[in-house]
Design a protein around this ligand. Sequence first.
Ligand code: GTR
Length: 366
Amino acid sequence: MNNPKVKELLEARNLPQLLQFQDGSPVASAEDWNQRREEILSILSHEVYGERIPDPLSLVVEVNESNDNSYAAKVLEEHLTLTAGLKQGSFSFPFHFFKPKNVVNPMTIVYVAFRSDLPDRYLPIEEITDEGIAVAIFNYDDVVPDKEDDFTKGLAKLLYTDGKRESTDPGKIMMWAWAASRVMDYLKTRDDIDHDNIGVMGHSRLGKTALVAAAYDQRFTFCFPNNSGCSGDAITRDKEGERVEPITRVFPYWFCLNYSKYANKEEEMPFDQHFLIGAIAPRFVSGGAAVEDTWADPNSQFLGYAAASEAYKLLGLKGLVHSDRLPEIGDTFHEGSLGYHLRSGSHFHSRYDWLRYIEFMKKHRR
Ligand code: GTR
């Protein structure tokens, strides 16, 4: 195929049907879609990310430090601690909130961060707030450590009280996503931000996390997975770079135990990643890819959005509006409810990416 059309590229991947129930019957209406979404979430829980962690019974947030003269006195900066009461006990983690002072009811992004640095090389706080966007940040490591520790630390320690992990028990991506929803719980209690336009964002493994958070929590109007790749926004079947075998070998604790059974058997998966993106419909998702990030595979990421578009079309929305070819550097497809951009360079959460996501959010504000 010299210049294959996107439809042909998708057909060649032989994907499971998004708009077909598991019993083979068609998904033909918005009402059907609600049911199908539930079915998809249960497949993804069972096969990939593990069961959703229940909402807490209680939530207490303490402000430890507040400064409304940050960043040249343009920004309100707060450092907080969130304590969630679960049936197994209570769990606390720190988070941070930055809000532009000169904007009434700003849109807000929940950012799942790799580090506690504020700002961070992935997180240009001043530029974000100068764009009129508020940002709530937590370090994923404060929720559960990103390493093989037999689920003995952080939130995992509380959830796995009997020390035994069953095949569909949640992996750590699901735990980080749970924490993003707790920050959302808190944001809903603030009266100085726009509750209808809250997004969730992360890079790479935390881009996967952002997708899971938005798929399971409909309060997120926007999702921005940056360079999320394998087990994120990229179609896995016939993907370049990372696939189920390496990811479940190196990072088994990100997923439920069941996922590894598809190592080198991707054609047997009763899902592909367009299910995860599609589960966010009719809400907005815009992903970023980098041309040198062949481990994530920009073309397969693009096809993830193209394939998920079917759910949006069923609902009378534009999914990904794109050129009928594989993406090129500089492409930004922001017309529909699904977005995608491809930049030059390698795996990184760059300022270029941030500006694309913020443009998308402003364009589609509800
Ligand atoms: C890699 C992993 C990718 C991606 C990346 C990251 O080692 O294979 O799936 O998540 O880490 O999070 O930076």
